[in-house]
Design a protein around this ligand. Structure first.
Ligand code: PEP
Ligand code: MG
Length: 346
């Protein structure tokens, strides 16, 4: 089992390599969107009323994502880089509703023009969801707005093809977040295959890549045999998988009742820190078994925060996963736990 790092920017990769990471198991691409130079274009993409307007904003974002991917793949050389397509709810990129209400009210009271803020407020209200973690996020975003996935896949493949032409090694793994039904993965795969093919034809070079999915919803784990027909690897997003399996919203549970649960020994530990092996772990083990039954070459890893927790790392080794991925700073600890797991197994 290898220990990889979660890294979102070229700077993160530096740290990851310094700490001995054997690749990047999770690149959360939304973090590339948060840069102050980029955010206005991300906002334009979100508020675009038509596919054409969205495409115009995405065209501006493409070279920025390309530059990041180019630098990251180049720095990693022979090591794999697993890129996750856009995941969070779109309102996370927009100003807060409360701030906008304040701004509009203040400007109105002062007799100033508030039309821009009022327009943004309307958009933010339109995007607001009662339960954003279970709303329009994950693969649902890229399937609702396929142009987003197209841009991201294009940026990945343009960067990889250019590097390959310059003689560098590249190992792109592209994954789709938060699928619950195999058809979501199939549809996303169609987009990816088409764009990847187009880019490779334009660049006149073929590169090898792997296509996979995150398993973060119990239904995806339960139907892993169907999902594995369209995936070369499963990356278990154990943060979401824990939320969805327990039915706890992490933000609420950790602030409100989890501490008490652990003190009362209702739970042996905070399941967001140490993997719940009986429940969430069972889903992971079962999903890998079901997946490998139809796709024996299927690779599996954990990229949630558990990937850096020693007990969880040992569990991943015991059930035969191929990698864990955690924050760069936790890589040494995860490597030690992985080594101990090997010794303990002997
Ligand atoms: C996860 O859910 O475990 C995961 C890695 O995704 P995120 O934490 O970004 O939702
Ligand atoms: Mg997740």
């Amino acid at each position: 089992m290898t220990v990889e790092a979660n890294a979102d920017t070229p700077k993160d990769i530096e740290n990851a390599l310094k700490f001995g990471a054997q690749g990047v198991g999770l690149c959360r691409t939304e973090h590339m969107f948060m840069d102050p130079d980029r955010l206005p274009w991300v906002q334009k993409m979100i508020i675009a009323g038509t596919a054409e307007a969205r495409k115009e904003a995405l065209d501006k974002l493409l070279p920025m994502q390309y530059a990041d991917f180019y630098a990251m793949f180049k720095a990693l050389g022979d090591l794999p880089l697993t890129v996750r397509l856009l995941d969070p709810p779109l309102h996370e990129f927009l100003p807060s509703k409360v701030e906008l209400i304040e701004k509009v009210a203040t400007k109105k009271a002062l007799g100033q023009d508030c039309s821009e803020d009022a327009k943004m407020l309307e958009i933010v209200e339109g995007l607001s969801e009662s339960n954003p973690m279970m709303g329009l996020r994950g693969c649902r975003l890229g399937l609702t707005y396929p142009e987003i996935n197209e841009m991201q896949v294009r940026a990945i493949f343009e960067a990889c093809c250019d590097l390959a032409k310059e003689g560098h090694k590249v190992h792109p793994y592209v994954m789709i977040p938060l699928i619950g039904h195999v058809n979501e993965l199939k549809t996303a795969e169609d987009i990816l295959v088409r764009v990847a093919k187009d880019v490779m034809a334009e660049k006149g070079i073929e590169i090898e890549y792997k296509f996979g999915t995150m398993i973060e919803i119990p239904r995806a784990a339960l139907t892993a045999d169907k999902v594995a027909e369209h995936a070369e690897f499963f990356s278990f997003g154990t943060n979401d998988l824990t939320q969805m399996t327990f039915g706890y919203s992490r933000d609420d549970a950790e602030g409100k009742f989890l501490k008490n649960y652990v003190e009362q020994k209702i739970l042996p530990a905070n399941p967001f820190e140490t993997l719940d092996q009986d429940g969430v772990g069972q889903l992971i083990e079962m999903a890998m078994e079901k997946g490998k039954a139809v796709n024996p070459k299927l690779l599996g890893g954990v990229c949630g925060e558990h990937g850096g927790d020693p007990d969880s790392v040992k569990f991943c080794h015991r059930i035969g996963l191929n990698y864990v991925s955690c924050s760069p700073f936790r890589v040494p600890q995860a490597k030690l736990a992985a080594a101990q797991a090997v010794v303990e197994a002997k």
